[in-house]
Design a protein around this ligand. Structure first.
Ligand code: ATP
Ligand code: MG
Ligand code: MG
Length: 352
């Protein structure tokens, strides 16, 4: 059997590794941590820095194809593997887009979806000019390395500008705060042969910048959902993308359809596919990485996925004993506040 390499070894890598094992693949993971969530289920883990060329060369020897579970992998790590004959799917084209919020917004706009009104901010005077143009209700985000709402700050008319001095040490973007009615995401996949498949969009609820809940059906008007899917298809085609891709959207009667950001990987808002679809997003990604045809994405049940953060749950066995609740835990020992520890999925008969 073939061996699949995964760069990054958090919970997404863990669920990818589990899906890969089910299809008969061996998995090798590579990340700087010694015992991350994915390493617990992989056949082999390389604990090394992403720029450790000796470790990467050895990793390349052992894998037939590779992918990544997060978008902040250095592009050079991907090109290093490719230069040693390992196909990496998706390839590094998408990293240049997804590692910079400004580049990402330009890309999304070119695919037919408007991003939130925004401005490039490199320092205090840019920020003042941007606030004057976009209004005081805005969100300042670092262009690089943000996730789970880290590296961003919400501003209003009475925020002292000194409160964002730490963010302003990095290149930033200021976004108008969009008064949306709902957030949803579209998760699509493209296979090696160019076949494309979509999961039904989920409605996503966030608190404090962190995803709390994803619900299908999204119960939103069909027109914006269809427009969003068409735009994600454009993203897949224009990047010659292979694998699973997620795009987050805002929608409201007043605001219309607005693109938030993309994730070139399996996505937290797609975890429900594991319980409610024949082919989960994890299996779908592994199929694409392995050069296999994509699987069916039809949904057989309604589903609600909820994240478990930090120390919210201390009795896993009791949670697992809740009738009808599918529990997935990531094997993390340290229950830091806000840290994603696991999730639950509740299914109900398909109505929507
Ligand atoms: P992720 O973990 O999804 O990568 P992130 O740190 O990249 O998160 P964003 O997706 O940019 O963060 O923002 C997190 C959440 O904050 C969004 O899902 C949304 O709820 C809210 N948010 C972000 N930008 C805006 C905006 N311009 N207007 C209104 N709300 C926003
Ligand atoms: Mg993000
Ligand atoms: Mg996001």
């Amino acid at each position: 059997g073939a061996t699949i390499g995964i760069l990054g070894a958090g919970q997404l890598g863990r669920m990818l590794a589990t899906a890969a094992a089910r299809l008969g693949f061996r998995v090798h993971t590579f990340s700087p941590e010694t015992s991350p969530p994915a390493a617990q289920v992989a056949a082999h883990h390389v604990p090394a820095a992403y720029d450790d060329e000796d470790a990467l060369a050895a990793f390349a020897e052992g894998v037939d194809a590779a992918t990544f579970e997060f978008e902040n992998i250095p592009p050079q790590t991907v090109s290093f593997l490719r230069d040693r004959g390992v196909p990496v799917r998706p390839d590094d084209k998408v990293l240049a887009v997804c590692q910079d919020r400004l580049a990402e917004k330009a890309f999304l706009e070119a695919q037919g979806i408007v991003p939130a009104p925004h401005a490039q901010v490199d320092g205090r005077s840019d920020l003042e000019a941007a606030l004057a143009r976009l209004g005081p209700d805005a969100i300042l985000k670092t262009r690089r390395f943000g996730y789970d709402g880290k590296g961003q700050k919400r501003l209003s008319a009475d925020t002292p500008l000194g409160a964002v001095d730490d963010l302003l040490t990095q290149p930033c973007v200021l976004e108008q705060k969009v008064p949306f009615t709902a957030e949803f995401s579209v998760i699509g996949a493209r296979g090696e042969a160019g076949d494309v498949a979509f999961y039904e969009p989920s409605r996503n609820d966030h608190a404090g910048g962190i995803l709390r809940r994803s619900t299908v059906p999204a119960s939103l008007p069909p027109a914006p959902l269809a427009a969003a899917q068409a735009a994600v298809r454009n993203c897949l085609m224009s990047l010659d993308y292979v694998g699973v891709l997620a795009v987050e959207f805002f929608w409201g009667e007043e605001t219309g359809l607005i693109a938030n950001e993309m994730a070139p990987r399996v996505h937290n808002s797609g975890h429900w596919t594991h319980e409610a679809c024949l082919t989960s997003q994890f299996e779908q990604h592994i199929r694409a990485v392995a050069g296999w045809p994509l699987g069916l994405t039809d949904r057989h049940s309604d589903a609600v996925m909820e994240n478990i953060l930090g120390a919210e749950v201390d009795d896993w066995a009791r949670l697992a004993g809740t009738p009808g609740l599918a529990v997935t835990l990531y094997g993390k020992a340290d229950q830091r506040p806000g840290r994603k520890m696991g999730h639950t999925v509740r299914l109900s008969p398909k109505r929507g």
